[in-house]
Write a protein that binds this ligand. Sequence first.
Ligand SMILES: Cc1cc2nc3c(=O)[nH]c(=O)nc-3n(C[C@H](O)[C@H](O)[C@H](O)COP(=O)(O)O)c2cc1C
Length: 222
Amino acid sequence: MKILGINGSPRGERSATLRLIAAVLEGAKEEGAEIDLVNIIDLDIKFRNACSACFQEGRCVEDDDFPGLYEKIKGADGLVLGSPVYIDQITGQMKLLIDRMADGIQCQVLSGKYGCSVSTSGDHAEQEVVKYLNHFLQMLGATPIGGLGVATGKDPDALIRSEEDARKLGKTLAEAIRTRRQYPEIAAFHERFQKKFEAVITGEKPEWPGDYKHWVDQVWVW
Ligand SMILES: Cc1cc2nc3c(=O)[nH]c(=O)nc-3n(C[C@H](O)[C@H](O)[C@H](O)COP(=O)(O)O)c2cc1C
């Protein structure tokens, strides 16, 4: 079982968000997961340029670190997304990655996989960021099993105290993957989403042959 953590903070190793992600991964490791961690700031990930090659060809043609990271993401059984709050939202680094993965929504690339999200803030919007990141995971087809947001500015010990909660979140993530835990509300969302995209993908077949082929390969349309 592979679980990949992705940190959207530009502060790299000094990042408070990284501490939460690392604690989630530690908990997952205690449950037998093989863990890996990526700081987006260490990679060369360019802005999405709206070329739509991914929709047409089923692959990214940009020569940067995104295609390699995308393969890693698709090869994981679980994802842990983390971003600090920057002006009430995720960081630009995390948004760059999310925009580059738009094709993953249409192709439901994380279908059958699990994930969770964490965020740290000075004093507000950390829960909104957790909600947004989990929503993104869900749109990719994954099942978010929970999240953790910590306002570090309100209480200097908040981060240390939250690391235990983060470890528990990691254990829950690994257990959910191992037991293929079912979350009926999320399954209902995926069913609605799949129906909506079946119509979109079929309608756009001439413009998006790459995505259409993926749906045929998955036997979602025939
Ligand atoms: C550019 C910038 C914008 C920020 N915006 C917010 C904000 O809107 N709300 C908030 O509570 N904290 C905000 N913060 C504080 C960070 O979210 C907080 O320090 C966070 O824990 C940093 O995480 P990191 O160490 O993982 O980068 C901001 C910090 C920076 C540098």
